[in-house]
Design a protein around this ligand. Structure first.
Ligand SMILES: CC(C)(COP(=O)(O)OP(=O)(O)OC[C@H]1O[C@@H](n2cnc3c(N)ncnc32)[C@H](O)[C@@H]1OP(=O)(O)O)[C@@H](O)C(=O)NCCC(=O)NCCS
Length: 117
């Protein structure tokens, strides 16, 4: 978890730093014994899960690492019988290529913030 936190800390502008999913929710990528990528699948209910805390170290970007991590989340969510998987992100074209779209291809998810972080 310390290595995951270290990676997520590299992207304070893009990633929530607090209340991270527990370690068993994460898929990770490693190279030479070093953690270089992570993505968590947070399952909220049979209906809904979130792919979150996605990060790849700058030295290992554009190699398909994040795509593989998100595909792992999709596979795990399918195995668990979850109906919908969402991601809150500014990387809409990245997630779009992996098959994510606005809700039912027409609705926009909107959020009401109750607490920061
Ligand atoms: C967004 C982020 C996770 C992408 O990670 P990544 O490992 O570079 O992603 P991928 O390599 O799977 O895909 C990125 C690009 O490489 C391309 N690519 C995918 N597989 C490839 C391969 N085998 N060889 C070469 N390029 C490849 C993809 O088409 C994609 O192209 P694009 O630049 O047009 O988007 C990474 O930039 C990051 O950590 N950003 C900061 C944190 C963040 O924004 N997280 C997302 C918030 S939810």
């Amino acid at each position: 978890m310390a290595a995951i936190r270290g990676l997520i800390r590299l992207f304070p502008g893009q990633l929530v730093q607090r209340n991270l999913p527990r370690v068993t929710s994460f898929f990770v990528a490693s190279a030479g014994g070093r953690l270089v990528g992570c993505c968590a699948l947070q399952v909220y209910s049979k209906r809904l899960a979130e792919a979150r805390s996605l990060a790849v170290h700058p030295d290992f970007q554009d190699l398909g690492v994040a795509s593989k991590l998100v595909e792992c989340c999709i596979r795990r969510a399918k195995e668990r019988g979850v109906h919908e998987l969402f991601a809150v992100t500014s990387q809409t074209s990245f997630f779009g290529r992996l098959g994510f779209a606005t809700f039912r291809r027409e609705k926009t998810a909107m959020f009401y913030e109750l607490a920061a972080g």
